[in-house]
Design a protein around this ligand. Structure first.
Ligand code: NAP
Length: 327
């Protein structure tokens, strides 16, 4: 009888079907080996994002792409490269990396190991611990790709950020400030001093007044609420100058929103974040230079993924929620 090497496994949070936070439970699952051009990363922390609980519950566009019968949630990874596949020349075992691999395909970040294409990672900010680094990729790439690649934001332009206190919003405020824009942050009043310290030039309290009544002549709106929340995208059109651009981050652009923009001479863009190693390298440099601060609201162990989702689903978090994975 010949002896066979046991298939390596990893601890991972797994859900079997859509449902409430309680569907998340830790299990042992197979650990994939890296193919050529891929790396195996030992995960030390995993960021938690709204898409995680939307997919978990079976809602939203990304959930339609995913088989939830045995799904490991999560896209945000910070960890150490353990093994590199053939052909990888830019990373070596021992490198501390962060990334948002595979999105919108499953990445399985709520686990001890992730295998993914090497260039979907970048070196972590040298000044950051794993929890802080894991808070960045999905939210940071969303803010970066919306402001830089989609809106081509220029110094001196006026930019509005809705849900400015959240994971994406607080990074968007800082990136826009760094780019030299005039930043108008929409958030409840308890966040205003903090957002001004991060670089907001003006703050508007959405709990006291409709933001579209007080903001005018914006060049760009980064809308992080969407028409699913009090028709926010449609209302935000009124804050733009003629020809200004609304980036509708959640929910996309409905025919009604497109028609409203057309009728008023404003532009709208749908948006979906993509894996982007070079942008993560640029963001890491800003963090290391002290130009961007990352807010981590709560850090929970992997086994408390359900509690992390419940906390996120309050929709009141300042900054990010992160899961730590024991070494
Ligand atoms: N399309 C994409 O590629 C993409 C990528 C990333 C994120 N998203 C989506 O973008 C949205 C934001 O993501 P996130 O990670 O930043 O979320 P988050 O961190 O969970 O956002 C929480 C924040 O939302 C604020 N908020 C809630 N209701 C508000 C309102 N009516 N007006 C203003 N602020 C409000 C809260 O602040 P207050 O206390 O001020 O209310 C809280 O700080 C989510 O829907 C997410 O799914 C889409």
């Amino acid at each position: 009888m010949s002896e066979t090497t046991p298939t390596p496994t990893k601890r991972a949070v797994v859900q079997h079907g859509a449902g409430p936070a309680e569907v998340l439970a830790v299990e042992e699952v197979p650990r994939p080996v890296p193919l050529p051009t891929e790396v195996l990363v030992r995960v030390h922390a995993a960021g938690v994002n709204p898409v995680d609980w939307k997919v978990r519950a079976g809602g939203g566009g990304v959930a339609r792409l995913i088989d939830l019968s045995a799904f490991v949630p999560g896209w945000d990874v910070a960890g150490i490269v353990e093994e590199v596949g053939f052909g990888v020349t830019t990373l070596t075992p021992g490198d501390r990396v962060y990334g948002m691999p595979w999105f919108p395909r499953p990445a399985g970040a709520y686990a001890e190991y992730v295998t993914a294409p090497s260039r979907q990672f970048a070196r972590m900010p040298a000044s950051a611990d794993f929890a802080t680094a894991a808070a960045v990729p999905l939210a940071g790439l969303t803010a970066w790709q919306a402001l830089v690649d989609t809106a081509h934001l220029q110094a001196g332009q006026r930019v509005v950020v809705t849900a400015a206190a959240g994971g994406v919003g607080h990074l968007a405020v800082q990136f826009a400030h760094h780019l030299g824009a005039h930043v108008i942050a929409v958030a409840s009043g308890r966040h205003h001093d903090w957002l001004r310290a991060l670089g907001a030039d003006e703050t508007v309290d959405h709990t006291r007044e409709p933001f579209e009544k007080v903001i005018r002549d914006a060049d760009v709106v980064i809308d992080l609420l969407g028409d699913g929340v009090d028709l926010t995208s449609t209302r935000a059109l009124a804050t733009l100058r003629p020809g200004g651009l609304l980036v509708a981050v959640p929910g996309g652009v409905s025919p009604a929103l497109a028609a409203a923009a057309e009728a008023t001479g404003r532009r709208v863009s749908a948006f979906l974040v993509e894996p982007d190693g070079p942008a993560l390298a640029a963001i890491a440099a800003l963090i290391d230079a002290g130009a961007v601060r990352v807010e981590v609201a709560a850090t929970l162990p992997l086994a408390e993924a359900a509690a992390a989702h419940r906390l996120g689903e309050t929709n009141r978090t300042r900054g990010k929620i992160v899961l730590t994975v024991d070494a």
